[in-house]
Design a protein around this ligand. Structure first.
Ligand code: PEP
Ligand code: MG
Length: 581
């Protein structure tokens, strides 16, 4: 019988396909009893999984070839752990004593080890806890693949179930065949959700413990329009959903038709549409008429897909390729925004109690100068190929802006005196994500060429709601009047100061937000590329005067629900009613 599970819709669309688990996070490991006469076989199953995990690690190490010793060292440490006789005997003892499956026994042992390591007050030893957890996941992965008959790539379409979809997962699954993604963790604006959107794959998030229970191989319907997952649907339900897929394909057709039209409102006000990208992949799917440039290149994703830091030359090559492919249109590169919810596996930062309030973004790179210098040099050199904007993430103080500017000026001077080409269109800007920094907007305007507002993090800090935590995901509401008023103040000040200011958080790509944003004064919106056509249709269906009236009315409202209702009503009456001729 069909079983319906509520989830958070994170990337729009509907998909129907069999479900496949990529991996299961430590806490979602299944637990079941083992009969006395099966205990030997269960122990053997565990030994085989360890051997396979060690072989997989060896293969990965070989693939790395001549990588740095420090990187290879991580693999050696993991291989030693996977084959550690102590781990083997502790898990086997657990299986026999508790009469439980190998995955559950392994999880108990790993948790025990982790607790011991965590109690020791040394960063190195605490990092060992992360190694143990990682190794536990690898062995669990081996055990579960066999238990679930998941044989990897067979060329069939499927819906992917995963704790959190990570950039490194792109190498593990063939995204051509991924019809939908179901995540255990994350919120609507988490990085996993952004990645799904950038691939144009429907996605629901926040299933938590329900994820592990989803039956591998069974057909599911993923409804990311209403935030539902339907497990084991009957024929009638499947047919109903197939009809909905057909209907939305027709609506998509209209959106597709306007994709290359001018980006202007009915009264002729131009709005600059820009793309947020994480790599070259998204650019391939874009036609030049769809957008004016790249408003946000999240450089950290290129770092996260690798196993070690890219050199200056490697970075220069990547950045140059992107700048060249843009044919004279500007590319805004954000400097490395790691830390917080975006860790680098080969650059371990100390365990933090509050990572999103911790050592991340520009705070980290200004202290780790060689990483920053290398990236800045590569970016500045890439400006010789076309217009480049350099954007600093997570800025809190004017001092950070000045320090970064000094570094930029020094590198430009050094390169020029060494006869290295530096472009004439090189711009310097900051992200506004930290509320207190936003309140310094006038002083910020004196120090930069442009500003980009990251509403994902800004809303997280304004609302005091973790954007990745499914338990409070419902409270992460950018329609909160406090968030809206804050956004309006920023664009009012930057307009007075005549400093180009774009909005690059996810709401810039939500067509429902478009009238409100236009009414506040926003004229530069940067978004996940799949949303460019629908945002274009939305802005071509409104006049600025109507948007200003809408914002004036909404500005006085006291709660998110009233705002949302009013905006939806506005969108319903304008959408398709009139459109820019
Ligand atoms: C933001 O915070 O709004 C933003 C664009 O940056 P990211 O989503 O990468 O944190
Ligand atoms: Mg951010």
């Amino acid at each position: 019988m069909v079983h319906e599970i509520s989830a958070i819709a994170a990337s729009p669309g509907i998909a129907i396909a069999p479900l496949r688990h990529l991996r299961l996070a430590g806490e979602f490991v299944p637990r079941y009893g083992i009969e006395d006469d099966e205990l030997d076989a269960e122990c053997e199953r565990f030994r085989v999984a360890c051997t396979k995990a060690a072989e997989a690690l060896e293969r990965l190490k070989e693939k790395l070839g001549e990588a740095a010793e420090s990187v290879l060292g991580i693999y050696d440490a993991h291989i030693a752990l996977v084959t550690d006789p102590r781990l083997q005997s502790d898990v086997e003892a657990g299986i026999r004593k508790e009469k439980i499956n190998a995955e559950a026994a392994l999880q108990a042992v790993v948790t025990g080890y982790e607790q011991i390591f965590r109690r020791i007050d040394s960063v190195t030893v605490r990092e060992r806890a992360a190694d143990v957890r990682d190794v536990g996941r690898q062995i669990t992965g081996m055990l579960l693949q066999r238990a679930q008959g998941n044989d990897g790539d067979d060329g069939l379409d499927f819906i992917l179930a995963v704790d959190e979809f990570l950039p490194s997962d792109l190498g593990k699954v063939d995204t051509k065949h991924v019809r939908g993604i179901v995540m255990g963790e994350g919120g609507r604006y988490s990085h996993g959700a952004i990645l799904a959107k950038s691939l144009g794959i429907p996605c629901v998030v926040g299933l938590e413990h329900e994820l592990a229970k989803l039956p591998a191989g069974g057909t599911v319907i993923l409804d990311a329009e209403r935030g539902r997952l339907l497990v084991d649907p009957d024929r009638e339900t499947i047919e109903r959903y197939e009809e909905r897929i057909e209907e939305s394909t027709a609506a998509e057709q209209r959106i597709f038709e306007v994709r290359l039209s001018q980006s202007v409102t009915i009264d002729g006000t131009p709005v600059t549409l820009l793309a947020n990208i994480e790599g070259t992949r998204e650019l391939d799917a874009l036609e030049p008429g769809m957008f004016k440039g790249v408003g946000l290149f999240r450089t950290e994703f290129a770092f996260m897909e690798r196993l070690m830091f890219p050199s200056e030359e490697e970075q220069f090559e990547l950045y140059s390729k992107i700048v060249e492919s843009m044919g004279g249109r500007n590319v805004t590169f954000r400097t490395l925004d790691i830390g917080g919810d975006k860790p680098l596996q080969y650059f371990r930062t100390p365990v933090e109690r509050n990572p999103v309030l911790g050592w991340r973004g520009i705070r980290l790179t200004l202290q780790w100068r060689d990483i920053f210098y290398t990236q800045m040099r590569a970016l500045i050199r890439a400006s010789s190929k076309g217009p480049v904007s350099i954007l600093l993430p997570m800025v809190t103080t004017l001092g950070e802006v000045r320090q970064a500017r000094e570094i930029l000026d020094k590198i430009v001077g050094d390169l020029r005196s060494d006869g290295v080409d530096v472009g004439s269109e090189l711009f310097f800007g900051v992200m506004i994500e930290v509320p207190s920094f936003a309140m310094m907007i006038d002083e910020v305007c004196d120090l930069v060429d442009f500003i980009s507002v990251g509403s994902n993090d800004l809303a997280q800090y304004l609302l005091a709601v973790d954007r990745d935590n499914p338990r409070v995901a419902g409270m992460y509401d950018p329609f909160h009047p406090g968030v809206l008023r804050f956004l309006a103040q920023i664009v009012e000040r930057t307009t007075v100061r005549d400093v180009p200011c774009s909005l690059c958080g996810e709401i810039a790509g939500e067509s429902e937000f478009v009238p409100l944003l236009l009414g506040m004064g926003w004229r530069r919106l940067s978004m996940t590329p799949v949303f460019l056509p629908r945002v274009k249709l939305a802005l071509r269906s409104v006049t600025i005067d109507d948007c200003v009236d809408l914002w004036t009315e909404v500005r006085a409202m006291g709660d998110a629900e009233s705002v949302r209702d009013r905006v939806r009503n506005f969108v319903r009456t304008t959408n398709g009613a009139r459109e820019k001729a």
